[in-house]
Structures are given as C-alpha cells and as structure tokens.
Design a protein around this ligand. Structure first.
Ligand code: RB5
Length: 144
C-alpha cells in the first residue's frame, strides 16, 4: 500500500496521481490535504512519513508546490529517504541506487503526464543493493 499526501500547492496533482494509481490498480491511502485551503507542508508530510515508518505503508508519495519543502520535512523523519524527482532517469535511480521510500513532486512545476511516468518508473524499479545498501547505511548512521 502506498501512502499519499500533499499540501494545497500539491493538491491538484495529488488528485490526478490518485486517479492514475486507481487505473493501475495500485492500492493507496490518501492522508490529505483534502482541498486547496492553505495548510503547512510539514504537517502534511508527517502522516505519510509515519505510515511508512510504522509499516502501514510500503512507501509514499508527497506533493507540494515545488516538492522542495515537503521533501525537506520528510527527510527529517528517521528512516525516511525522500527523493524530490523532476525527471524520469532520477525517478528510476532514486529507487535503484537510493531505495527512496518516498518520492516528492512539485504540483506547480511538474505536468501530470511526467508525474505519472516518474511514479511508474520509481514503482517498477528494484533497489540494486550491494554497495548502494552500504551507502544508505551510512546515511542512517548520520541520523543516529
Ligand atoms: C505553499 O505556498 C508552498 O510554499 C509549498 O507548497 C511548497 O512549494 C514549499 O516548498
């Protein structure tokens, strides 16, 4: 199951992503926000990150206006590896090399078709492990 969330700047793209996931038969839970009323992106990142941390979700998708603020917030949660993606190659590598358990997108910068391609690439790519797992262990060692 994927956890999905956004602030108001990412709300519209989140709704399109939900339709795309439904069409693909991908199970997800929407943790909000549920309208275009202004909210604070760290508050929107929290429930998605906690769902990934506690195993309720295998991974997550977060959207804000640029993807920047919500990715910064998400990466403060222990065990979260949130990748801000804006091209298909990086979306693939975020899983293959970085095993990103959350991808972040910018609703005001990324078109919906590109968003769908990036999400599909991230979902369909496998983590390569090996030396990349050792590097990720070093990231989490920094967290303590
Ligand atoms: C909200 O106006 C906007 O700042 C937010 O969606 C995001 O782009 C922050 O990084």
């Amino acid at each position: 199951m994927l956890a999905i969330g956004s602030d108001h700047g990412g709300y519209e793209l989140k709704e399109h992503i939900k339709k795309h996931l439904e069409e693909k038969g991908v199970e997800f839970k929407d943790y909000g926000t549920y309208s275009e009323a202004s909210v604070d992106y760290p508050d929107c990142a929290r429930p998605v990150c906690e769902a990934v941390q506690n195993g309720d979700a295998e991974a997550g998708i977060l959207v804000c206006g640029t993807g920047i603020g919500i990715s910064m917030a998400a990466n403060k949660f222990k065990g979260i590896r949130a990748a801000l993606i804006s091209d298909v190659f990086s979306a693939k590598m975020s899983k293959e090399h970085n095993n990103a358990n959350i991808v972040c997108l910018g609703g005001r910068v990324t078109g919906r078709e590109l968003a769908f391609m990036m999400i599909d690439e991230w979902m369909n790519t496998k983590f390569a492990g090996g030396r990349h797992a050792e590097r990720i262990a070093k990231i989490h060692a920094i967290e303590g």
